[in-house]
Design a protein around this ligand. Structure first.
Ligand code: SAH
Length: 240
């Protein structure tokens, strides 16, 4: 169904995602409207499908970006701290920043989004893409958005704790180091390979990947829920 949501402009794409029920929250809709995908996915920016961005990576489909924001929205408030692992094109990092940084208030100015990717070319690309808009330049100059080259499986402890952690590539496990870096309360959105939990039976029943929503409650207890099946590239070792 997702590809019916494609549009001929950024506004049309986001309106179609909204009409199709893939984006429900008004704040998510506004934050996505305010970032032109053409700055991040130049080949077919308004198509609701993944697109190549070089270095063997892809920008995820717009409806997946929408889902990620919808699941995390209660943790994306002005002033929140966010970690975006596998930041790739930088698109979603920018959308998150629109949700947590309100440049018009001192409260909002405390918000920050850290984007982490393990390929230097993509870390550079994300900043380059963000500089294409005035808002993006402001977010970088004020250091409300920062990109780092690192292995995302270890998170970015220097910036912890995070109200929200988004993982943009499929993990082998619910990395404990990431859960540790969540604030209490906080939420993580992470695709995980089913093999990791089902062992050898995954081969028999097809395995697959699922989005897990991991909540750290105020008392520090951790609750995990498997929410839907997906298809992400894996979180891997950095290419040599
Ligand atoms: N969310 C981004 C990119 C998704 S593609 C977007 O929509 O544009 C997945 C990204 O994860 C790629 O950029 C890839 O380089 C990165 N990645 C894969 N393994 C990683 C690891 N171990 N640490 C950090 N980034 C990783």
């Amino acid at each position: 169904m997702a590809w019916y949501c494609s549009g001929s402009s950024n506004n049309e794409l986001i309106e179609n995602l909204s009409r199709g029920g893939l984006i429900k929250n008004e704040r998510v809709k506004r934050a996505m409207m305010a970032v032109d995908r053409a700055h991040y996915a130049p080949s077919r920016p308004y198509s609701d499908s993944p697109q190549p961005i070089g270095h063997g990576a892809t920008i995820s489909a717009p409806h997946m970006h929408g889902h990620a924001c919808e699941y995390l929205i209660n943790y994306l408030r002005p002033g929140s701290r966010v970690l975006d692992i596998g930041s790739g094109s930088g698109y979603l990092t920018h959308v998150f920043a629109n949700l947590v940084v309100d440049v018009s208030s001192s409260e909002g100015l405390r918000g920050q989004v850290i984007g982490v990717d393990h390929i230097q070319g993509l870390v550079d690309l994300a900043s380059h893409n963000m500089r294409k808009s005035e808002d993006g330049r402001k977010l970088l100059e004020s250091e409300r958005v920062k990109f780092f080259k690192a292995d995302g499986r270890r998170g970015w402890p220097e910036g912890a704790p995070y109200d929200a952690i988004h993982v943009g590539a499929a993990a082998q496990e619910l990395h404990p180091l990431l859960v540790e870096q969540l604030r209490a309360p906080g939420r993580m959105f992470i695709p995980v390979n089913a093999e990791a939990e089902q062992g050898s039976l995954a081969g028999v029943f097809g395995g697959g990947q699922y989005i897990w929503v991991v909540d750290k409650k105020e008392d520090g207890s951790v609750h995990k829920e498997k929410v839907f099946q997906v298809s992400y590239v894996p979180l891997t070792d950095a290419p040599k």
